[in-house]
Write a protein that binds this ligand. Sequence first.
Ligand SMILES: [Zn+2]
Length: 50
Amino acid sequence: MNRVIVSLECGVCRNRNYSTTRNKRTHAEKYKIKKYCPACRRHTEHKESK
Ligand SMILES: [Zn+2]
């Protein structure tokens, strides 16, 4: 099983707004994604956190 559940954390306020599954073999590096943060009330860059 190479699937891990990661949470995506807002880079601005550090809220954990989303969670996703990731395949470690195909996605070795940490990823960043622009998503809407309800705490910041705008789109911010979210990054993976553990
Ligand atoms: Zn935020």
